[in-house]
Design a protein around this ligand. Sequence first.
Ligand code: KG4
Ligand code: ZN
Length: 340
Amino acid sequence: MTSRDSPLVLGIETSCDETGVGLVRGGVLLADALASSVDEHARYGGVVPEIAARAHLEAMVPTIERALGQAGLRHRDVDAVAVTAGPGLAGALLVGVAAAKAYALALGVPLHGVHHLAAHVAVDTLEHGPLPRPSVALLVSGGHSSLLLVPDLATEPVVPLGATVDDAAGEAYDKVARLLGMPFPGGPPIDAAARAGRADIPFPRAKAGDGTFDFSFSGLKTAVARWVEARRRSGEPVPVADVAASFQEAVADVLTAKAVAACRAHGVDTLVIGGGVAANSRLRALAALRCEAAGITLRVPRPGLCTDNGAMVAALGSLRVEAGVAPSSLELAATSALAL
Ligand code: KG4
Ligand code: ZN
């Protein structure tokens, strides 16, 4: 089958604050439209579920129209609809799942509910081609920090190897940024500030029990808060760039050490990194260094595909459709704590 003859899959993502719509045909990304409510959450310092759900509702139809416009395609060209069924914010997921059912029903095409984390991994195939089996994936965002063993993305469930036991990596960035008086989301300003700083403050590398692939970031966040408070109490200026660089180094160190260890433990030679924190310059650089030293091929999608988007859902939907996986029923539920 040539890629032109492959089914056109419309993907819908609404698990958090991004309304994403992607169009993929045969592993080729044809459109990737996004509407974000991030600005509406900024003054609260985190995503407010009700605001996110309402924003999805308003953005859904225009974003689908925009994606079709980008690709120069019409509704009737769509051969299947894929949607994030979970995990995520319940009300936000519900909007996407309801919209996906409506489009699938109206167009008379199959519906595929997909797992958000598996979709984060699948998006890499749009840039770097089929994923070797098995691979290891490190997914780090504001909502999740997970290490996964990935067999066949289309037909086999992804196996969780480890996850954060408290804060997600991005959440730690957001909380430390707030502490330093930086805007939400905190990843980009910390990344920028860290460039001018020295990573010489010895913040802890919490490993949540050595020998596991779990993470813990809450102790690190508290250590940064205590250090900054002590500085402020003593009347000395807070070296913001050094704090940012040292915090960033602690996060990147733990994430890359565990990811490489997971590859070694499972005899895997390909690591995929995704999620919003994968945009982090130090995480990317350190992962590249350590993977090269360990003989592991590192795959990181471009930043726009690392954060939540519709292309990732369309990518996984497309893999499932092409593998002949049975579609979901129109009873598909939005499941906030969807298991892998
Ligand atoms: O994947 P994403 O867009 O949304 C979800 O949380 O699912 O990830 C957003 C997170 C935020 O916590 C943000 O601070 C973080 O990704 N982030 C970064 C960077 N850019 C975004 N963290 C570190 N460095 C960055 N350059
Ligand atoms: Zn995500």
